[in-house]
Design a protein around this ligand. Sequence first.
Ligand code: ADP
Ligand code: ASP
Ligand code: MG
Length: 442
Amino acid sequence: MIPYYDLKAVKFGGSSLSCAEQIIKSAGIVKSERSRRFVVPSAPGKRFDGDDKVTDLLIKSFRTAQSGGDISEVFGRICDRFNEIVAGLGISLDLSKELSEIKKNIAGGATLDYAASRGEYLNGLVLSSYLGFNFVDPKELIIFDDNGVFDANETQVRLSAKLLTLENAVVPGFYGSTVNGEIKVFSRGGSDITGAIVARAVGADIYENWTDVSGFLMCDPRIVQDPRPIKTITYRELRELSYMGATVLHEDAVFPVKLAGIPINIRNTNIPTDPGTMIVPTAKDFTSRDIITGIAGKKHLAVIRIEKDRMNQEIGFGAKVLQVFCERGLSFEHLPSGIDTMCVVIAESEIDGKERDVLTAITKAVAPDSIELEKGLSLIAVVGRGMINAPGTASRIFSAIAKENVNIRMIDQGSSELNIIIGVDQEEFETTIKAIYKEFCA
Ligand code: ADP
Ligand code: ASP
Ligand code: MG
């Protein structure tokens, strides 16, 4: 029986494994601690701006084959990527059989999921050979049910039974299979999910997610230059930020480790000495600097404003409004409401072309005094567990925004007091985020 102290599951993203040089760095990180025994690789990502991710080349091969074209050119680029990596690592791995079989399968009508998954499969073979670790194919271990939904319980049983017999393993990210062995992939960026599943299966003390930034930043680096990294963030806060558009970690990667209470540490492969961000079940202490944990937002939203005197006394009013959306299969984002007003915030892409039908149906259902639809809204979520203990946070946010002459069009405070959501014209989106960052984080 192997003692499981200080056990780490580690996932490396596409940029951390994009070429031989990056793989050498990542392998160095694995080898620098004995506890890093279970490794989840992504497919090779972009090496420079404008480069292709191997996953995208595989998807392109699939589409070319589907439309009856010859995949030799695009598949040749995939072969070149892997041959260069193997040569650069100086290992004696021969991938020619694997590569020609994959090419034959894709050309012969294999599924999109099979094609998309092969980048992780091949990179897994490379990394296990370079590290001298066992290779464990997640096929028939990471399980999807007949409806294509990930089966967490079956996976936990199968995967832990396999991994707990091993001293170490490389488990390719992004895919698993149905019980019958048909390959299924998670949505894009899904190797993050595999990392979390493996961490849970081996009962890791920590799930390290190695990427190309030094952790989760307080806001999008494309809006604020060099935002501060977040030191500690709770699962709940992370979920709020990810939902609102901050996507360092796949949204669904949180669930498997949250279940097992395993913290996630986001780290930078290129600067391994940076401590990165710790994502934890609860954070007991934070300094006064951390009233706000992070800021994220979404553009291209529409708001439907419904007014009716004494709507709050009308039993079933809200249900009748939402029924209109439900019947049309439309999913909405937020539902801020006042005493005599109710707003439904929905993505423009969701309601485009259906505006008239939806407004007519709501009018018929609840006979409002007025109803209007406005587009061009953006929502900004200011998230922080520190807000609960910091009275006056909302007024600080509003006055910081007012100083920039931005008009607030909507306010919604989550019942958890974990976030305040502000609606502004999308032209004011960047200005608003910068103003809040400057007030609380700079
Ligand atoms: P990997 O290939 O390692 O999985 P991703 O590209 O999926 O990495 O995620 C890391 C990227 O997320 C960063 O390079 C950065 O551009 C982007 N990003 C977006 N929002 C944030 C944020 N709030 N903090 C950090 N990175 C962010
Ligand atoms: N290679 C897959 C993608 O490009 C999965 C991942 O990298 O996490 O989406
Ligand atoms: Mg990613």
